[in-house]
Ligand binder design. Sequence first.
Ligand code: ADP
Ligand code: MG
Length: 589
Amino acid sequence: MPLFINRDQIFAHQVHLLEHKLRSKEERILEMETENALLHLRLVECLGILHCGRNEEIQVQRQKHQQQRKVQKSTHAALSKLLSEVQVLKQDLRNVLTLYMGFAKEMEHQSKQLFECMGTAIQDHQSDDMQKLQAQVAALEHSLQEEKERCREERLRRRLLHNTLVELRGNIRVHCRMRPILPFDYSPGSPTTNGSLSCEAVVQAINDDCVLVNSNKSPVVNKIFEFERVHGPEDSQQTVFEEMKPLLTSLLDGYNVCIMAYGQTGSGKTHTMIGSQSEEPTAVVQDSQQGIIPRAASELFKMISEKPADSHMVEISVVEVYNNEVLDLLARDEDGAAVGVKREVITTSTGTSEVPCLTYELVHSSADVMQLINSVLKLRAHSPTLVHMDSSRSHLIVTLTVSSKSPDALALARRLQNARQDVRRVSQKEWWSPRCRRAASSHSSSPVSSPCHSPCHSPCPSPRPSITQMPLKTKLQVVDLAGSECAGMSGVTGAALWESSCINRSLSALSDVLGALAEQRTHVPYRNSKLTHLLQDAIGGDAKLLIMLCVSPTQRFLTESLQSLGFGSRARQVQRKPPCRKNTALKMK
Ligand code: ADP
Ligand code: MG
């Protein structure tokens, strides 16, 4: 079928479509106009509502604003009020602060014053107490001093009484001296403190007359020894001398006196008797270090100087007992050089011991005495031992013989009595002269002449001088014994062992003599040794005998120290007949 579409139809259709569109548009416009009107109405309505609301809001806001202003006003008023109140408060506070500051200052000031017041009050209080205490202390010190003084006086009285008792009983006096700790006291195994060797004193002076030996090591000892006087290491040479000084007065009172130093090598015998010499051979012993011999000699010459001029003369003899032989150390050879010459000891008809031909030198001062002693000391047998380098291997006996030429009636009577006794003895026994003298030539310059001045070199019987010529003689014997230790301690060997054995035998003989005397045996073995034979008069006779025990303080020498202390204790037991005064008329005025 053919497809032919009429144009008009198309147009008509289009018109129709358009008309339809138009109608629908018109309808739409109508609708929209209605809608518009409705919207307009609603707008008006809304505007109306809006207007009303806005007014209300404005109103509310206005009210709010008014309220705010009110509040603000009231707040402002309150704030201003508060501010003024704060100002007032601030002012008050400032006032209070100033007040407080003033008050604090015042407080500080017052507390200061109070403290000061309190301080002075306390001080016053304390010083009161202090004064009271000081007064008490002073009173106590005073009474202590008084007690000490009383104690000292009592001790002195006790000692004087004891000395009188000792004298009456004829006891041997024993003094003991402890030397200070010295370098040779440290044995190789000694304990150390802070790297240096140390050792303690096991032998101590606990007071004036007691020695305490206290050792916890072997040998364990806890023992007290009592002697007439005990010197500690701090006691000076002067103090030691002062204690024996009264014996010197006895010498001029007519008594024989003997002082004997006993102790092991290195215990201080030579230091005590002669003094310590410095290492240099030419050096002189310092005054403060001088021992008993120089001090005793000075004292003796001082006492003699107070007597009538030339009434006394002093002679010195120096003897050593070495290997049981008596050597005269003052003997000189033809050239005048000092040589030790062997001498014999004999017992005289009167029962006393004598050394015939012993050399005597006249001396006028302590310096003379010491010069002679020092010149002959070189001859003394010395040898180094383990203990010390300069150990004396002999007994040294220095004798100062004082002859008095001032007889009075009493002395003459005494002499007559003695002479009668002598005559009786002479008729029974052979009589030997007391001494022979050195060649008169060596004394030709001497201002004092000795009554026994004839030269003699051998033991020779000589007629006794007449009674009126006979001087009154007293002697001071000072003995520096050789070391009392055993051979093991001194470390000697060979020939020196013989020396040691001689020393030990002579010291044993000394102990035996003391033992026999203490037990009052009829036979006293004086002749068992040259030492005891020579010292017979001093030990068992009528001399005043003082044994000076010298003791080392340390553990190393404890055995030797105990031996020495034991020897001293035994010596104290000896009761001899009371010392006999040679002539009462010689008593010092
Ligand atoms: P000893 O003669 O008994 O063998 P010493 O007298 O030679 O002994 O003394 C030995 C050493 O000890 C010496 O160097 C001496 O100076 C010294 N010595 C002894 N006793 C004392 C003391 N009391 N004070 C100071 N040193 C002393
Ligand atoms: Mg000596």
